[in-house]
Write a protein that binds this ligand. Sequence first.
Ligand code: NDP
Ligand code: GDR
Length: 378
Amino acid sequence: MKIALITGITGQDGAYLAEFLLKKGYFVHGVKRRSSLFNTDRIDHLYHDQHELGAKFKLHYGDLTDSTNLIRIIQETQPDEIYNLAAQSHVKVSFDTPEYTANADGIGTLRILEAVRLLGLTKKTRIYQASTSELYGLVQAVPQSETTPFYPRSPYAVAKMYGYWIIVNYREAYNMYACNGILFNHESPIRGETFVTRKITRAAAKIALGLQNCLYVGNLSAQRDWGHAKDYVEAMWLMLQQEKAEDFVVATGITTTVRDFIKMSFAELGVEVEFSGKDEYERGVIIDVDRDRAAELGLNQEALPMGQTIVKVDPRYFRPTDVDLLIGDATKAKQKLGWTPKYDLPALVKDMVISDLHLVEKDDYLQKGGFKTLNYFE
Ligand code: NDP
Ligand code: GDR
């Protein structure tokens, strides 16, 4: 039985990858951080009591900033494959916590490589590094491929740049099977709520149900190549099954603005939004409602008056330096790995919006039923 170790198992990709590998018959070990509340929501369905016979999923407390802990976990688990997905992964937050981000995302990658090397596992253990399209940063050329120069535009991207090159260096210096997946943005119903797609789909669901008035966002003109996380974890696995370790771009090849993602999300709920104005004065207004679609979804149509402003720009969400345009060329992954995505953008948007609609409805139901504490002192 193959053994995998996933760092960042409690995150979006960690959860999908863990399920994917368990289905392939792997024993999956995961590194989770200690937190004051349970942080395993995304993987609870995979967990079985360790006393049960045949449990093939085990979690270990750990942190990428603690090398002794990583050495111990890797020694104990003796993995055939390590997927290094753990990171402070929010670009905007990296401007607020640049040193921590460098430590976890940059040096954290080095710690994994050194642990494998010091433990004498360089021949046995293959390593996947979660590299990112943020490395391309300031546009040099499009579409971006494995040969496009990097120009990182945030502390996050600079930290990931260190991670990228230290993987290449250890591959060349110690002949390790270590590779970078340069993944473009990938989303899903379990995407973190502060990334723009999930923020939009959650807000669209709440606004359509009359539970929120307006969605506040930053740069509406940023363009991203958005795919589905389910498709992308398969590419990670494929990268570790090759004869030779190489780096691959994983992307859909289609780019869309944040503005259009918003329009598509509301359209899924039967709400047509039109934008007008410029920069921080840009607004999104309801110009039509497909009453049949709204009724089909059981939406409160009173909550959707024509002409209501439901999207506004708040400059607080602007970044000191942003990445304007990402569009990936995944030809190499398609040819060498045989990878093709199953989801296109409309299917991704639908998956996220409908899932959020159900989640928001459930939450509202619990709140109205008094099952959610609103104030501790009342
Ligand atoms: P998430 O933010 O959803 O998950 C990040 C994971 O890393 C969480 O499990 C988090 O734990 C864990 N983590 C954070 N800091 C540490 C630390 N110091 N030590 C140990 N664990 C830590 O990210 P995604 O799943 O979206 O992304 C996975 C990886 O892929 C990340 O490295 C990200 O930078 C990279 N990436 C993501 C892309 C995307 O579009 N999703 C695209 C390209 C690259 P906790 O739950 O406790 O917070
Ligand atoms: P990104 O994702 O920075 O590409 O990093 P995010 O969804 O945060 O931003 C995408 C673009 O949308 C613009 N934007 C906003 N972003 C957020 N979060 N909130 C807003 O309100 C908002 N309004 C506009 C941003 O300025 C940006 O241009 C993600 C992460 O998963 C990284 O870990 C990963 O490496 C890259 O994708 C590829």
